[in-house]
Structure formats: C-alpha cells, structure tokens
Design a protein around this ligand. Sequence first.
Ligand code: ADP
Ligand code: MG
Length: 140
Amino acid sequence: MAVTRTFSIIKPDATRRNLTGAVTSMLENAGLRVVASKRIHMTREQAEGFYAVHKERPFYGELCDFMTSGPVVVQVLEGEDAVKRNRDVMGATNPADAAEGTIRKSFAESIEANSVHGSDSDENAAIEIAFFFKPEEIVG
Ligand code: ADP
Ligand code: MG
C-alpha cells in the first residue's frame, strides 16, 4: 500500500483539556507520522473557508463558532493509506457511535466537540493541507 498524506486538526475541546499529546500519541500508535504541525487560533474567515463544504448544513454557524473558540493544532500526517488509517483511529463523527479505542470514543465531548478532524479523501487531503501549510513547512 502506498504511503500517502492526510490533514488533521486537534480541535479546541481537546487543546482546552491539554490533550494534544494524548491525541498525537494515538495517531502515532496507529502508524501515522506527524510531518508538519502548528498550533494556531483560527480566524473566522479561515474556519468559514475550511468548512465551506458544510455551508448549507444547519450546524455550520455553530461549527465555525466552535472552531474559533480556542487554539487548534493543524497537522499533516503521513503513513500507509493515511486518509483511511486516520479516519479509522478517529472513530465515528458522533462519539456515541464511535468504536472502543478510537480518539473520539476516548475524548470527544459531543457530535460537534469531537476532538479531531481528518480529511475524507486523498483529493480533499491535498486541498486541506494546502489551506494551512506551505510546501516547505512539511518535512517528511
Ligand atoms: P467528520 O468530521 O467525521 O468528517 P462531517 O464532515 O460530517 O464529520 O462534519 C464536520 C464536523 O461538523 C464534525 O466533525 C463535527 O464537529 C461537526 N458536526 C457534524 N455533524 C454535526 C451535527 N449534527 N451537529 C453539530 N455538529 C456537527
Ligand atoms: Mg468531514
């Protein structure tokens, strides 16, 4: 299987509870390598742009409020079949549906404050990585 990249966000509910290391450790234990990482406080404009695909969904405004409510850690992760590998360790969107041993089962507070974001396809991973990182900031 090919080594690929995906984009991850450790969300404000997780940074607020000092879980950056715990989440990153679960990503690493799942076979993913952090090849870029920075802690930022997203602007409203960044959050709205990043989640533009969800603009028509009823939770869009609240999601943008949440994503700008505190710091986040944006990361590029590398590994075999990175998009799927990350989605598997993240668990289901709603923590009530997430499997044991996943990040969201372990840490998520709610369907909204669910601790992590992960790209859903290789194509979106490339778009999301480019949204937050310059090529020279990624060191594999
Ligand atoms: P995922 O993050 O698992 O790919 P989606 O892309 O469907 O899930 O949704 C993006 C984010 O929007 C979720 O991670 C979560 O923070 C939020 N969200 C999704 N569904 C809901 C909902 N029904 N109510 C509130 N927030 C939601
Ligand atoms: Mg998604």
